[in-house]
Design a protein. Structure first.
Length: 161
């Protein structure tokens, strides 16, 4: 019982019961993404990474229903300044848009990034997998790129509140 409590307190991924082996992934930071001047809560986002930096996970815990078209718009805004060579990454960008689901309040979207690998899960169900270096390079840029969708969210995800 003490070991389980320790794991839950010091490795939140165990508590999430993720659909893949977590290896040495540790929570780096988390933030609440809000939209508009009215501050609508969209999702709570958590960032986990391995000690060697080769594997990372973003978990988006949705606080409201969101149509696929708005998520796609989010990718577009997130990539707008973060990708200079759009034609070079076109296939990866299209793959991410095509495999982005509609979500309901309470859904968890999990984006796993490994070396040359991206997996997208919705509520523990694998939706898509792409073995590709280009996709792996850009998948976290909307949140962690040079020009994130929200600078405060980036700082919180990187543990720099």
């Amino acid at each position: 019982m003490k070991v389980l409590l320790f794991l839950l307190l010091f490795n939140p991924l165990w508590a999430m019961d993720l659909p893949f082996e977590q290896k040495d992934l540790k929570l780096v930071g988390k933030a609440l993404l809000e939209y508009s001047i009215f501050g609508f809560d969209v999702y709570e986002i958590s960032y986990f990474t391995s000690s060697n930096g080769q594997n990372a996970v973003l978990v988006l815990d949705y606080k409201r229903d969101l149509k696929k078209e708005y998520s796609i718009k989010g990718w577009e805004v997130g990539f707008e300044k973060n990708i200079q060579r759009k034609e070079y990454y076109k296939e990866s960008i299209n793959w991410l848009k095509e495999n982005t689901p509609e979500v309901k309040e309470g859904d968890k979207l999990i984006i796993y990034r490994g070396p040359n690998l991206v997996r997208i899960y919705k509520n523990k169900e694998l939706l898509a997998e792409k073995k590709d270096n280009k996709t792996s390079e850009i998948v976290f840029r909307p949140w962690l790129g040079q020009y994130p969708v929200d600078e405060d969210v980036k700082k919180a995800l990187l543990g720099n509140k």
